[in-house]
Design a protein around this ligand. Structure first.
Ligand code: 5AD
Ligand code: SF4
Length: 567
């Protein structure tokens, strides 16, 4: 039976054979028919959000939604948000404000806030921003089609009755503390796994089709005092290894040359077989065993797939993937077993993103990072002992509550001592709901934070210059991913890319001034390499290919070279 409201059908479950149906942990539901709706989706924040957006896009496309390039053309506007710093939230809120102006002017739009800000701010966000129609936290993205459907249905119904909605129809899916209630419950309720499993494997859904993310772990159990992630993404949950390996295989079949495994503390990956919960005949993700597990020797843990095991399995299963990398590593629980697998498997990139956060023991203790500066350093030297050609990157926070000049100087010293190729440097931003905001006054003035940020960038720039210069003269594989025209070149056109590290442009040509185009790529160690090409077409041949490049010159964040086969 179908109900008709104007030109839109609301289809009952008896029509299921003819229309797309979502089913999963939250039951089956039906969608509205009509011309395909145009969706605009903008993503803020980390790689996990980028992957979530790719999955959302695949899911909605399969249901007949059509994605558009600008919000001006869209009927559904979705922002996948980040809450890690206030600035990221402000950016998203300013977009929400702009859509609000359009809605008040009479445009018929559905506005959805997805991701960490939806989860953190919850229904307060709806109260303060009445133009928002739906909220969907990162652990509930599998329910998004249902939420959009609910809003559309309620609107269609009120239109059909000629009613002006007194209370706007809104749809909300947030996890609250569900994921921390019990491991069995969390696994059984974990509809998000079905979103990962429903991946479309469509290379065109990615900006760089040859490169893909695969989630292995969700959430975080670390509770660093400054961080919202354990609250917004919930408890650490590990995906079954079979699901991960299968996803990597299918991405490889679809042409992926590079796979990056994602987890907030990726090296905490651990899946214990035999105790796994099964949902609908399928192994379910598993809540992390807690930090004590990392004190056991891996061999003593029976029938467990450790992070090292998983890396090895993927490496063997997908030989066509030239690069297997992973982010982000938590420095304390990083076993030698992982380093051994990295050493023995040529396609695993010897690259670590392992944030130190601070170079002061007092600050690390207040951050609840769980290690001292000495332990961090010992970890780094252990890495280089096993993998002499490894590259190291990290994150650092300046201006954490109580950070003295001496604490800050200790962080600068750490950056001078250790071979960081780059560090993402952040000013501390107090986040509602975290331990730090309750326990510590935000007592470092903003101008001091700004000064420390710039001073640390200058120190990092010297270290980066040393690290990059040491690679000059070597020949390395480069996976090309972009093209750019030199800033001063008359050939500069739209579509050329800027070389960016952590959102900052790395400017200017490194080679001779006469060439006007460069193809840009990365080494296995994530060092950026630019190669001069005589013109745009010859530069554009390179993205998506791996070439041997002889490195000839360096800048703090950039290497220049020539392709060996061209010489
Ligand atoms: N303020 C500043 N930086 C933060 N980060 C996380 N939370 C905050 C915060 N409240 C940084 C950490 C982390 C990176 C993703 O963001 O350095 O590693
Ligand atoms: Fe946040 Fe710390 Fe977890 Fe990283 S390890 S996501 S900084 S709580």
């Amino acid at each position: 039976m179908a109900l008709r409201f104007r030109n839109i059908d609301i289809i009952s479950t008896s029509w299921l054979g003819r229309i797309p149906v979502i089913s999963g942990a939250h039951g089956a539901f039906v969608i509205l028919r009509g011309p395909p709706m145009r969706v605009y989706l903008e993503t803020f924040g980390c790689q996990m959000n980028e992957l979530d957006s790719e999955l959302v896009r695949g899911q909605l496309t399969a249901l007949g939604y059509r994605f558009v390039e600008t919000d001006a053309d869209a009927q559904v506007v979705l922002y996948n948000t980040c809450s890690v710093r206030e600035l990221a939230e402000q950016k998203a809120l300013s977009r929400v404000g702009t859509v609000g102006v359009r809605k008040r002017a009479g445009e018929d739009l559905i506005l959805g806030v997805l991701g960490c800000m939806a989860e953190r701010d919850g229904v307060d966000l709806l109260r303060r921003h009445p133009q928002v129609d739906l909220l969907c936290g990162p652990s509930d993205l599998d329910r998004l089609p249902q939420l959009i459907d609910n809003v559309r249905r309620a609107r269609a119904a009120s239109e059909a009755h000629g009613a002006v909605a007194e209370r706007p129809s809104r749809a909300v899916a947030l996890a609250g503390n569900r994921s921390r209630r019990s491991s069995t419950l969390a696994a059984a309720e974990d509809g998000l796994e079905s979103l990962d499993l429903s991946r479309a494997f469509d290379p065109s859904a990615r900006e760089t089709p040859w490169s893909a993310y695969v989630r292995i772990t969700r959430g975080c159990n670390k509770f660093c005092t400054y961080c919202v992630v354990p609250y917004t993404r919930g408890a650490e949950v590990h995906r079954p290894p079979e699901h991960i390996v299968d996803e990597c295989r299918r991405l490889a079949d679809a042409g992926a040359l590079e796979i990056t495994l994602l987890g907030q503390t990726v090296n905490h990956y651990r899946y214990t077989h035999g105790t796994a919960v099964t949902v609908d005949g399928r192994a379910a993700p598993q809540v992390g065993p807690g930090l004590r597990a990392f004190r056991d020797a891996p061999a003593a843990v029976v029938d467990t797939t450790t992070f090292a095991d998983l890396l090895f399995r993927i490496h063997e299963a997908v030989p066509s993937v030239a690069r297997l990398r992973f982010v982000t590593s938590y420095p304390r629980d990083f076993g030698v077993d992982v380093l051994q697998v990295m050493r023995d498997c040529p396609r695993i990139c010897r690259y670590l993103h392992a944030p130190a956060q601070s170079g002061s023991d007092a600050v690390l203790a207040r951050m609840n990072r769980g290690y001292t500066v000495g332990e961090y350093e010992a970890f780094v030297w252990r890495v280089f002992e096993h993998l002499p050609d490894a590259t190291l990157a990290g994150d650092l926070i300046v201006g954490f509550p109580g950070e003295t000049d001496a604490d800050f100087e200790a962080t600068c010293d750490l950056v001078r001592r250790l071979p960081f190729k780059n560090n993402f440097i952040f000013k501390y931003s107090p986040r509602p709901g975290t331990v730090a905001i309750d326990r510590f006054a935000d007592d470092v003035p903003d101008e001091v934070k700004r000064w420390r940020n710039n001073a640390l960038l200058a120190v990092q720039s010297e270290t980066s210059a040393r690290v990059h210069a040491a690679w000059v003269g070597r020949t390395v594989d480069v996976l090309f991913d972009g093209v750019r025209a030199h800033a001063a070149s008359p050939a500069r056109t739209a579509g050329a890319v800027a070389v960016r590290v952590g959102g900052r442009a790395v400017d200017g040509p490194v080679g001779g001034a006469s060439e006007r185009w460069q193809a840009v790529g990365r080494t296995k160690g994530d060092l950026i390499v630019a190669v001069d090409r005589p013109d745009g077409p010859s530069a554009r041949e390179l993205p998506g290919t791996v070439r041997e490049v002889r490195l000839t010159a360096s800048r703090p964040l950039l290497l220049a070279g020539t392709i060996v086969s061209d010489e």
